[in-house]
Design a protein around this ligand. Structure first.
Ligand SMILES: [Zn+2]
Ligand SMILES: [Zn+2]
Length: 257
């Protein structure tokens, strides 16, 4: 077993995480191959986390216990297919080292699926053109233009929140104006993702006078966004009331009811 783990480590390097607990387990995020000549990981759209628990009697007597989790861009049907792929892979390899084969058969299946089958969570339509897709650091994906509109809207909103706090004399502990959350999982979207977004046709910076127009445009985008907006606004108010982002000692003349 140690030998197999060493070989896997030399193939997958830092992508493979081995926990030498009892039992030993390992995990790796498997993504699709993408374009053959395209080694840019960020452009690979489908992925799933592969976890294997290795009983001390593996490989001689027992198979590893394999779990697939955190799928991105895959339908339930495809996930079922991947699970049966693992099952038959284990079945036909009892008594021998099977991890590499499992991982690579999952990868080739992902590459076969290629385009994500989930809808863009912003406009709720399928993404049919690969060039239109952007994947976030948290492995969610959107139409580039949809995410662009969303990011612009969030920037305006954060700027307004920031200015409002400043105007009212609040002490702002940390500049939160670039903390743009992913619409689905609310992780902060990395800068290098935002940099990949198309630059807006009118101006690269957000101008005050175009705010209103832009906001109308985004509001019409989808009810999903609107819901999201209301949620974050409520959250902001809540945080404000609780003093979560505010240093109360430094605020003056504020009345809390
Ligand atoms: Zn979209
Ligand atoms: Zn996300």
């Amino acid at each position: 077993m140690d030998e197999e783990l060493n070989v896997l480590k030399s193939i997958y390097l830092d992508d493979l995480i081995i926990n030498y607990d009892n039992p030993i387990s390992l995990n790796i995020i498997i993504d699709s191959n993408g374009d053959e000549n395209d080694l840019d990981r960020e452009k690979r759209l489908l992925c799933i986390t592969f976890i294997a628990e290795l009983p001390s009697t593996y490989p001689d007597l027992n198979s590893p216990k394999i779990t697939l989790c955190r799928p991105r861009g895959l339908t339930d049907e495809q996930i079922n297919e991947l699970n049966s792929l693992i099952y038959s892979c284990l079945e036909s390899n009892i008594g021998s080292c099977v991890l590499y084969e499992c991982i690579e058969s999952i990868r080739s299946k992902l590459s076969f699926y290629e385009l994500p089958q989930e809808a863009c969570a912003i406009c709720l339509t399928l993404i049919s053109n690969r060039n239109d897709i952007i994947k976030t650091n948290c492995h969610h994906f959107y139409h580039k233009n949809c995410l662009k509109s969303y990011v612009d809207m969030k920037k305006i909103e954060l700027e307004e929140n920031y200015q409002e706090l400043k105007k009212n004399g609040f002490y702002i502990e940390r500049d939160f104006r670039n903390d743009i959350e992913d619409p689905v999982c609310r992780q902060i979207i990395a800068n290098n993702v935002i940099e990949q977004l198309p630059s807006s046709s009118s101006s690269s910076s957000i101008e005050q006078n175009s705010n209103e127009e832009h906001r109308e445009l985004i509001k019409s985008l989808s009810p999903h966004i609107k819901q999201w907006q209301e949620r974050t606004h409520a959250l902001f108010q809540q945080q404000k009331e609780k003093g979560g982002i505010i240093d109360l000692d430094k605020s003056q003349d504020m009345i809390f009811s």
